[in-house]
Design a protein around this ligand. Structure first.
Ligand SMILES: *Cc1c(COP(=O)(O)O)cnc(C)c1O
Length: 412
C-alpha cells in the first residue's frame, strides 16, 4: 500500500477561517436580520474589480488565442521576456535587478513553498511571529520540523517575536540560523520596517551566510518614500536575499493569479559537500522541471499593470485600501484601543482591551458591532491578544465600521 506523508498530521486542523465562519453562521441563525448589518473585515482578499487596463489585456489575449496567426502555446516556463522586462523597469529601475532574475509565477503563496525545494533539510530556520502562516506550514509539510509544542511552536523553527516592545518589528537573533522568513509590510500586523532596521537584517545575513526569504507582497502599500519597498535597496542584499512579490494585493489579482520571485545571480548557498553554488540556475531548473508557467492572458494582464494607464489604476486601488486602513486606525484609536499598522499596509492590528483573548474580542466586535475581524492567534502564538481588521473594503463600509467603533463598550 502507498505510504503517505505523515508530516501532514503535524499541522493542526484548518481552524481559523472555518471557525470564524462557524461563529458568524451561528449569529446569523439566531438573528437573520443581522445579515444586512454584518460587515466582513476579516479575510485578506481584495474587494474591488481589477484595473480596466488589465481586463482589456485579458480580452485582447483571448482574441489572440482565438486566431491562428496570433495564437500562443507554451512560452518560457519562467515568463515571457516582455513581462519580466516590464516588471524590471517598473519595480527595480535603479536597483540593478535584471529581467532574467525575475521569475514569473501564479502567486507568491506558491513560491514561498516552492523555495523549500532548493534548500536541503537540516537548515536552521527562523520565522517572524506573528506572520502569514504559509512559511511555517510549508516547512511542516516538507518534513523540515518536529511536532508542534504546547506553546504553539514547531520543533526546529525559531520564532522571532514581533511584539509591542519592538513595535512589531522582529530583530535579528543571535542564534545560528541559515534561512529566515521576513514579511514587510507585514501581514497581519501592518507594521513596516524602516531603512536602518532592514539594513541590520541584511548585514546580519551577510555576516553568517544566511538567506533572507523576503515577502514583499504589500510593497505597493509603502506610502513613505523614505521606507524600503524592496530589499534590493540595500547593498549586499543581492548576495543574501530572495524577494517574493505579487500582483494580488496591488492590482487585485487574487483571482487572476500572478506574482514573481527575484533570485539575483550573486545569491549562493552551500552543497552538503561544502561547495558554494549559485541559486539562480537551480531556481530556473526547478521551474523548467515543474511547470510550464503562467497562462498567456495572465501574462498580458501583468504587463498591462505596468502600462501608464495600468500603473495609475493600480495606484488608485492601493490608495483606496491603504487609506481605508489609515481611517480604521484613526477609528480604533478614537475608541481608546491600542492600534498598529494601517499606514503602509491594508491591515490594522488591534490590541484586545482588558486582557481579553483574540477570540473573546472577536466575539465582542461581532456581537456589539456586527463586524467580522480576524483573531490574531491565527497568525502564530505571538498574535494572541490581538485582532486584525482589514482595509480591503469599500470606503462606505469602512466609515460605517468607524462609526460603530464609537459605540463600543468594553467590559471592565
Ligand atoms: C496575500 C499574500 C500573499 C500573496 O499570495 P498570492 O499567492 O500571490 O496571492 C503573499 N504573502 C503574503 C504575506 C500575503 O498576505
Amino acid at each position: 500500500m502507498a505510504i503517505l506523508n505523515e508530516h501532514f498530521d503535524k499541522l493542526p486542523g484548518q481552524y481559523l477561517f472555518p471557525e470564524i465562519a462557524r461563529r458568524v453562521a451561528s449569529r446569523l441563525e439566531a438573528n437573520p436580520d443581522l445579515a444586512t448589518r454584518l460587515i466582513r473585515a476579516g479575510i485578506g482578499d481584495v474587494t474591488e474589480p481589477i484595473p480596466a487596463a488589465c481586463a482589456a489585456a485579458i480580452r485582447q489575449a483571448a482574441d489572440e488565442l482565438s486566431h491562428r496567426d496570433t495564437f500562443r502555446g507554451y512560452g518560457p516556463a519562467v515568463g515571457h521576456p516582455f513581462v519580466r522586462e516590464a516588471i524590471a523597469a517598473g519595480e527595480y529601475q535603479e536597483l540593478g535587478v535584471e529581467p532574467d532574475e525575475i521569475f514569473l509565477s501564479d502567486g507568491s503563496k506558491g513560491d514561498a513553498g516552492h523555495a523549500l525545494e532548493i534548500f536541503a533539510p537540516g537548515n536552521r530556520i527562523a520565522v517572524a511571529d506573528p506572520v502569514y502562516p504559509v512559511y511555517v506550514d510549508t516547512n511542516v509539510l516538507a518534513g523540515r520540523t518536529g511536532p508542534i509544542g504546547a506553546d504553539g511552536i514547531f520543533d526546529g523553527i525559531l520564532p522571532i517575536r514581533a511584539n509591542e516592545a519592538n513595535d512589531f518589528l522582529p530583530e535579528p537573533p543571535d542564534a545560528p540560523i541559515d534561512l529566515v522568513y521576513l514579511c514587510f509590510p507585514n501581514n497581519p500586523t501592518g507594521a513596516m520596517i524602516d531603512r536602518p532596521g532592514l539594513a541590520s537584517w541584511v548585514a546580519w545575513a551577510l555576516e553568517r551566510d544566511a538567506i533572507i526569504l523576503y515577502d514583499a507582497a504589500y510593497a505597493d502599500f509603502v506610502a513613505d518614500p523614505s521606507l524600503p519597498k524592496s530589499i534590493y535597496e540595500f547593498d549586499g542584499a543581492r548576495r543574501c536575499a530572495m524577494e517574493f512579490r505579487s500582483l494580488s494585493k496591488s492590482a487585485g489579482f487574487t483571482g487572476v493569479r500572478c506574482g514573481w520571485t527575484v533570485v539575483p545571480r550573486e545569491l549562493e548557498g552551500r552543497l552538503p559537500s561544502g561547495e558554494r553554488r549559485p541559486v539562480h540556475p537551480m531556481w530556473s531548473r526547478r521551474w523548467a522541471t515543474r511547470s510550464n508557467g503562467v497562462s498567456w492572458p495572465v501574462q498580458r494582464a501583468a504587463a498591462a499593470a505596468y502600462s501608464p494607464e495600468g500603473r495609475a489604476q493600480v495606484r488608485e486601488l492601493v490608495e483606496l485600501y491603504r487609506s481605508n486602513a489609515e481611517r480604521l486606525r484613526e477609528g480604533v484609536a478614537a475608541a481608546g484601543l491600542r492600534v498598529w499598522g494601517g499606514l503602509h499596509a491594508p491591515y490594522v492590528w488591534v490590541g484586545c482591551p482588558n486582557g481579553l483573548g483574540s477570540w473573546a474580542f472577536f466575539d465582542l466586535l461581532l456581537d456589539q458591532l456586527a463586524v467580522v475581524t480576524t483573531p490574531g492567534c491565527g497568525f502564530g502564538p505571538g498574535g494572541e491578544g490581538y485582532v486584525r481588521i482589514s482595509g480591503f473594503n469599500s470606503r462606505e463600509r469602512v466609515e460605517e465600521i468607524v462609526q460603530r467603533l464609537e459605540t463600543l463598550q468594553v467590559p471592565a
